[in-house]
Write a protein that binds this ligand. Structure first.
Ligand SMILES: *Cc1c(COP(=O)(O)O)cnc(C)c1O
Length: 875
């Protein structure tokens, strides 16, 4: 089968730069993975530039070659390195491509000749550059051979090293910097050559017109990431993607703090700060080139491309200030300098720092007082050997009293607007009260706060501080837009609640296949799961009454099951009231909580037993007679919203819900005038919230408002309880939630507490069954078509919701393909899942889309006049 050739990209198509490190390019399966990822970006309509490192181990082998004194041994080393590449070629079933042949030839020549002709450092740079030159040549051959025509690009023709003051020959050749101002001519030239390119990380060419011009130079630490950033800037790329073995930056080093959360969004400054204070996933140096041209950088996990990763960009988001990360650097040396009388003399500090310069030591933190200046030396910026420090101390002793304190560790809190967060840090500061704190430093950019302590305390301290920051609300992990799943849940394998144990994975599979044989698309609901969730909610001792928010799923069997569990029902329209009253006994309490409902809706609801809620002045101002002498619930807006997506946040000044608190007095006057009594106070701020503390806050805020009203008998803190939806996310901790609620209740025992969850009760209970209709390769993406799409399940299109998708017919087969799962609707948004790893599928296979019991069927439509999915109950 041959795929149709896609239309050529326009000359101004955007660029995407993708960087892959050494382990990602070392084996055939990893290259197949790269091919799919590159193809998917190309299929987005972008030109792609791939930047690669050398195969793992090759750079070290080349460095080793450089220190061999004997020609014979150098030649042996070069042959062994060549052999690595031949073996990979053989796995790929490729003949030796000319580009690679030429590089291997050059390397053999360099090894044989030795350093004499070029000079030691220039020769080393030239030899070491071959790791990337070879891996990229091999990659170009592989990608082109597998149907993705790829141009091999010599990075040295694009990246020009700039001469810097204070450079010596070594830094000039082995730790170079590049001028990376956007270069439209380069972009245009490349656009004329092709659509997919591969080039080398780590290397550039020296500029200048003197005899040295044109020598190969290396970029030093963080080399390949920095190359990708340089290219991103030169091409003014749409984005730079750094593909690695972890999904991004975390709120702490996951090796020290397994509960550290993925940071999904950062601005350049914060990311730079986190990278500089300990995170290893990105070299801090590689963000600088991207700032000015405002090119975003993504960190993505090669093995888990479906994870969002970390996006680092120019937007400084208007957030409640939050600590973003806590990090620790060990091996810090402090130098404390005590005055011997001449402290305030002009030039004293200059003299002191001259000694640091002379010994090649760069200073990190500085703390100063009338008679003391203390500085820290960071091992990542200095070659800290005790000789250098002893020599420094001897020199300094001539002008002051010196004390060297080591080993120390610097613990740093990072977050924009640090100074405005101090009040949230009291618990954290108290922790430091137990320790010897040698130094505290607050960065002048207001992005970090650092404590230098003895090194030995750090390992035990860090997880504890991370936890404290969360419970104190300083690290606002309730903001699910910013803070992703924890490392533990992503990679720890352990507590992947929900998903891993979902009911449809086990004994129900044959029944599901049978149901799909009868008809697809079809929703299937598992009542035992609904009951199990109901039981979990009923463990909340603090809650006096539970309602089910029926808009999540109005199936009569689910309504009846929840009525049997003692739930009340929360409805938002006359239609929902009618459906509920038809399905549940008279005794079940009802709430009517509409928003912008017309007058007649209120009139109808008031004719039922439902408790009606209001959330604006208008109904009382204009239809006051309707509500005369009634008891109502007032829904307020507490001024902020939360939730898994902007479109599900129902609090905050940007949302249409709730009475703003500043209109409360006006509302109460109107209520009084009509004999209306406010019996309940209500807030519902959003959906999919997995942080227990949130409800405690809402509860406490509502209760303190209720104190101003007088007639209130119950507080309804809404729904919004999340279920883990991304791979591995941790479930809500009901014990912790109950504890939070009971604490507030202890302060306000005179109010009943009500809740009204929807999603939590039904999401995991429902699956959507659909059938594979066909496949299509387009560009290099593979589309898997199902017999239904956004018409049955709109959440992925509407909220970017992630739903697990499995091939139920091939449940145990290996997932060897990467697919885009799409439906038959004439909309480009008709995608149920992107970049999914699944077994090779065939027409007729039954696919299962998980966790669709909430907001699935109820949001479906007959768009394109396609039949709606039917619904089946398993009990
Ligand atoms: C939708 C809604 C709920 C339920 O939200 P979930 O996220 O499904 O728990 C609760 N209360 C009100 C007022 C709602 O509109």
């Amino acid at each position: 089968m041959s795929l149709p050739t896609p239309a050529p990209l326009p000359a101004n198509a955007p660029w995407i730069v993708m960087k892959f490190g050494g382990t990602s390019v070392a084996t055939l399966p990893r290259w197949q993975n790269i091919r799919e990822l590159v193809a998917s970006r190309h299929a987005e309509g972008a030109r792609v530039l791939v930047v690669v490192s050398a195969l793992t181990g090759v750079t070290d082998a080349l460095k080793q070659l450089c220190v061999e004194g004997e020609r014979g041994r150098r030649n042996d080393a070069a042959r062994a390195i060549a052999q690595r590449h031949y073996e990979l070629l053989e796995h790929m079933q490729l003949a030796l491509p000319d580009t690679l042949g030429a590089r291997l030839g050059d390397l053999a020549g360099l090894a044989d000749a030795g350093a004499a002709a070029l000079g030691e450092l220039a020769w080393q740079a030239q030899v070491q550059a071959h790791g990337e030159l070879m891996s990229s040549a091999l990659g170009a051959a592989f990608l082109s051979h597998s149907g993705l025509p790829t141009e091999w690009l010599d990075a040295r023709d694009c990246l020009t090293a700039v001469a810097l003051p204070n450079q010596n020959e070594r830094t000039r050749l082995l730790s170079s910097m590049v001028d990376s101002r956007p270069d439209p001519q380069l972009a245009a030239r490349l656009a004329g050559q092709g659509e997919v390119f591969i080039t080398q990380g780590f290397i550039a060419r020296e500029a200048g017109s003197d005899a040295r011009a044109g020598r190969t130079v290396l970029l030093g630490r963080g080399g390949s990431d920095t190359s990708a950033a340089y290219f991103g800037a030169l091409l003014k790329a749409q984005r730079v993607e750094i593909w690695t073995d972890v999904a991004g930056m975390f709120t702490a080093n996951p090796r020290q703090v397994p509960g550290a959360r993925l940071l999904q969004r950062l601005d350049y400054e914060e990311a730079q700060e986190i990278a500089s204070t300990g995170a290893k996933v990105l070299h801090p140096r590689c963000l600088q080139p991207l700032r000015e041209p405002r090119v975003p950088l993504l960190i993505k996990d090669t093995n888990r491309p479906e994870l969002e990763g970390t996006v680092i960009g120019p937007e400084v988001r208007a957030h409640a200030p939050s600590v973003k990360a806590i990090s620790a650097r060990k091996g810090i040396t402090l130098v404390s300098m005590e005055s011997v009388g001449m402290w305030q003399q002009v030039g004293f500090l200059a003299d002191v720092f001259t000694h640091f310069k002379q010994h090649g030591l760069s200073v990190d933190l500085i703390g100063s007082a009338e008679t003391n200046v203390t500085v820290s030396l960071d091992p990542t910026e200095n070659l800290l050997d005790s000789d250098a420090i002893a020599a420094l101390a001897t020199d300094l002793a001539k002008v002051c009293r010196v004390k060297v304190i080591a080993p120390c560790a610097a613990i740093t809190l990072v977050g924009r607007g640090m100074r405005s967060m101090l009040h949230t840090l009291s618990g954290v500061l108290a922790e430091f009260g137990q320790l010897r704190v040698h130094m505290i430093s607050q960065s002048s950019n207001n992005l970090n706060l650092t404590f230098v302590v003895d090194e030995e305390v750090v390992d035990a301290l860090l997880p504890h501080l991370h936890e404290l920051l969360i419970t104190a609300g300083a690290l606002r992990t309730d903001d699910s837009d910013l803070f992703g799943p924890s490392w533990q849940t992503l990679y720890g394998g352990g507590e992947t609640a929900g998903a891993a144990t979902a009911w449809w994975r086990g004994a129900q599979r044959p029944a599901l296949l049978e149901l799909a044989r009868e008809a697809t698309p079809r929703y299937v609901y598992h009542l035992p799961t609904v009951r199990q969730q109901a039981h979990a909610l009923k463990t909340l001792a603090a809650v006096d009454r539970l309602h089910y928010a029926v808009k999540a799923n109005t199936h009569p069997a689910i309504l009846a099951a929840l009525a049997a569990e003692g739930f009340g029902f929360e409805c938002v329209s006359p239609g929902e009231l009618k459906a509920v009253m038809a399905a549940v006994p008279e005794s079940a309490p009802l709430l009517f909580t509409p928003n912008f409902a017309p007058r007649e809706d209120y009139a109808r609801a008031l004719g039922t037993r439902a408790t009606v809620s209001l959330d604006s002045l208008y109904p009382l101002e204009h239809w006051g007679e309707l509500f005369r002498d009634r008891e109502i619930v007032l829904r307020v807006d507490l001024g902020r919203g939360l939730g898994h997506h902007e479109k599900v946040r129902t609090g905050g000044s940007g949302s249409k819900f709730g009475l703003p608190v500043d209109q409360l007095d006006a509302f109460l006057r109107l209520a009084d005038a009509h004999g209306v009594s406010v019996r309940g106070l209500h807030a519902h701020l959003g959906s999919g919230i997995l942080d227990e503390a949130h409800w405690g806050e809402v509860y406490a805020q509502l209760a303190s408002l209720a104190e101003r009203i007088g007639s209130v008998g119950f507080i309804d803190i809404g729904g919004g309880l999340g279920v883990p939806s991304h791979p591995g996310e941790a479930a809500l901790d009901m014990v912790a939630l109950d504890r939070v609620l009971r604490e507030v209740k202890a302060a306000y025992p005179h109010y009943q507490l009500w809740m009204e969850p929807g999603r939590y009760l039904v999401a995991d209970a429902g699956v959507l069954l659909a059938r594979v209709t066909q496949q299509k390769g387009k560009g290099a993406l593979r589309y898997l078509g199902l017999d239904t799409g956004m018409n049955s399940l709109i959440r992925p299109a509407l909220y970017d919701a992630w739903h697990e998708i499995v091939n139920l017919s091939r449940f145990d087969e290996p997932a060897t393909g990467l697919f885009q799962i799409v439906g038959p609707i004439c909309e480009s948004g008709d995608v149920l899942g992107t970049d999914r790893r699944l077994p090779e599928a065939q027409e007729g296979d039954v696919m299962l889309i998980a966790q669709v019991g909430a907001y699935g069927k109820v949001m479906s439509s007959r768009y394109n006049l396609r039949d709606e999915a039917d619904e089946v109950i398993i009990d």
